[in-house]
Design a protein around this ligand. Sequence first.
Ligand SMILES: [Zn+2]
Length: 500
Amino acid sequence: MSRAWRSVVLSLLAVLALGWGWGTLYGGGAPASPPNHVVLISWDGVQREHLLDLLGRGNLPHLSDLMVDGAFVSLRITDHATDTKAGHAEMLTGLGPEVTGVYSNVRFRAIPEGLTLFERLKAAFGEEGIATAAVTGKYKNLSEILANAKSAIDKGSIEQVEADEVGALALQVLDAYQDRPFFAFFHFSDPDHAGHARGENLAEYEQAIEACDRWLGEILARLRALGIDDRTLVYVNTDHGFDEGSRRHSDAPEVWLASNDALLAESEAEGDQKDVAATVLARFGIDPTSVEPPLPGRSLVKTVTALAAVERDLVYATVDGVDLELDLFRPTSAGPHPAIVFVHGGGWQAGDKANWAEEAQYFAEKGYVAISVNYRLAPEHPFPAAVEDTKAAVRWLRAHAEELGVDPERIGAMGGSAGGHLVAMLGVTDGSEGLEGTSGDLSRRVRAGQGALPDERRDPRLPASRVPRAQDRLSAEAGEDRLTSPRREGVMPRDTRTRP
Ligand SMILES: [Zn+2]
């Protein structure tokens, strides 16, 4: 297995939340309606090391493609036999065997009613609110543990044998549910069969995994053809690994999850197999700790769980026929929240609100309402146009404080270069200087200001000191503990994207 390639896999990065348009999923409380589509695919008995080896050799092109904007996460089985029934019980419930009663292929019962993802999603969204489907391989194995869940599975087809049978049925599910929110589970059992028949290190095992990959390619192609690929999260994982070089999987706890989910928090640290179900629920806007019994796993989509919504290009004022726009980032938690106004740099002549999107998102995830603003640019709009506009943005925030959950007494601002200047002007002028402009009429004064000069935020030679400095100020205003730099903390998406 190629270590170097593995590190490339593990560094596949999550792009920003925003591209997905899933932000609005996380409005506080129970979601009103399921937002999108989730496909959970199980490749039965695929050893993690062998999978990474195949990826490194370029033998799984579709899984590689899937992860280009997503991630690969190493998971571990910690509390049950490394076999099909126990693995799938945990994958589909997020619960251990002490709750599901599924300890192994021979020590099991039907999972008690209400615990599977199918049932939880139906309970959350209603019978008509979401479509569910399960297409599984392996005679009896999964139908036995899913016996109580069958009424919550709209399209069920159990006990296929070959990947080709499962794959063809999977495409029918996508066709049937393309216009509805759905959760679909597809189970390809071929690798497990081949491993038992021939052994983990033999060609037949690899061919079976490659057959799964070909069907993944068909599924992705169908999603594209139906025009729903950008609204469908695809998670591929395995129920258990395989003993090295063996025809058994008696001690094979190293499993994995690969996805196109741009928000999946890839991690060198291992997650638990229980995290898969928690992640799926979180992606449907359901807090995995709010269900009964609460799921012990954690959502692997860590950075978005607190991000309620991103709204782009909101017009906060129109001056001289120019629409002035801002992007709004909101947290899920109940307000009132402190707020931050981000002001981009660019010598007063260039730049865009998108320049501060990452920081705005970061702070929204930490419980701030954040806006990143555009303002009129020179030389077409000379001083004090930019100052007036920035002040108008603060007034807009204040005017909408109640509906946005903003505490109007805790509004801060942050900017780089020309944006730093504009933030300073917010802080030091109070209306007596004639710089207020004509948009709105509420107080625009901010309580904390932080300029950053020069505007070389991406320059690796500079320490990442601006954000913490501003955070100290803002945190003091907000009465919160000091936060650490999003970059140091490693929760911010990185700028480089690597394709295997
Ligand atoms: Zn097996």
